[in-house]
Design a binder for this molecule. Structure first.
Ligand code: GLU
Length: 312
């Protein structure tokens, strides 16, 4: 057990079913439930990932549905095969096996490209040649609105003349012109099974990147396309991704894709109240697996923690 976390004997009696049964609101259609656990292989998984995978699997099986494993490996600069192998080994070790073949985002670039072309044809994207430091320099002395991901893109490339030659020769990303995308947009909503109905206000992010300079599709575009392609009925993921659902809802509308139900579950924290993360020194599932921890102990602990912190 993670040395930063406290255990509790009551946890033996707790189980995921109780959490699911506690979700009285907005379950939506539960006839063809399909869920997914979608880790990025850019680090080792921790217990927060085990929670997400367990909730996804149990939710799907509770309704006789299917649970999928999707490896979000399109960012070649950060994805590593050893992380990928470890994800698979961790999930199998926890006994959370998936029901269909594993989906690798790196095999779906064509799907993302057609969605990108569609947004481009709608006139909603513009090429952005800025580097991180270009943006940082413009922001000095030019206050802009801040969103959940920090300051909005200051708009340097938004009204550049379309320059085919420059696009051909210079590395660039493609951004969504948020004001244009939201012009005459009906009110968009989405449902969270724990947090209820939500208004999707993607403007809080400013002009998000849709196609990246250093990797293909952005997370937003790829995840939205995949959830539709895999007929995911219920997206179950941590609260750290809650705000992004507004962007995903907007993309679903622009691309004529269905809107799944969502469940953004609480995040596991260590004894200092800090959320577990790949980048901090949170103990990884791989370390626990190799040091002989019983997987059942982890599963009991994470579910107990989720129940006792009042999530669901
Ligand atoms: N790949 C994302 C992550 O590892 C999760 C994406 C999602 O569940 O939508 O945080």
């Amino acid at each position: 057990m993670n040395k930063n976390m406290t255990s509790n004997s009551d946890m033996k009696n707790m189980d995921i079913k109780a959490l699911i049964e506690g979700l009285s609101k907005n379950l939506g259609d539960t006839d063809n439930v399909r869920t997914r656990f979608a880790p990025s292989p850019n680090g080792y998984l921790h217990q927060g990932h085990a929670l997400s995978a367990a909730l996804n699997r149990q939710f799907a099986h509770h309704f006789d549905g299917a649970f999928m494993l999707r490896i979000e490996d399109i960012d070649a600069t950060r994805s590593r095969p050893e992380f990928c192998d470890s994800i698979i080994a961790d999930i199998q070790w926890l006994g959370l096996n998936w029901d269909d073949a594993i989906i690798y985002q790196s095999s779906r670039i064509d799907t993302y490209r057609s969605a990108f072309n569609r947004l481009k044809a709608l006139g909603l994207l513009y090429p952005c040649f800025c580097s991180r430091s270009d943006i940082a320099n413009v922001l000095i002395g030019n206050p802009v609105q801040h969103g959940p991901d920090g300051p909005h893109y200051p708009g340097t490339c938004r009204s550049l003349q379309y320059d085919e030659e420059r696009i051909k020769n210079e590395p660039h990303a493609w951004r969504l012109d948020m004001a244009k995308a939201l012009h005459n947009m009906p009110i968009l909503k989405w449902n969270d099974m724990e947090h209820g109905e939500q208004y999707a206000d993607a403007s809080i992010f400013g002009d998000v990147v849709i196609w990246r300079k250093d990797a293909p599709a952005s997370y937003h575009l790829a995840a939205t396309c995949d959830d539709a392609a895999d007929a995911i009925s219920h997206v179950i993921r941590g609260m750290d991704l809650f705000a992004y659902s507004a962007v995903h809802r907007l993309l679903q509308h622009l691309l004529d894709l269905p809107t799944p139900r969502y469940w953004h579950h609480g995040l596991l924290t260590d004894s200092n109240g800090d959320k577990l993360s790949k980048s901090s020194d949170s103990i990884s599932l791989m370390q626990m697996r190799k040091s002989g921890v019983e997987p059942q102990e982890i599963l009991k602990f994470i579910i107990f923690n989720q129940i006792s912190t009042g999530n669901s």
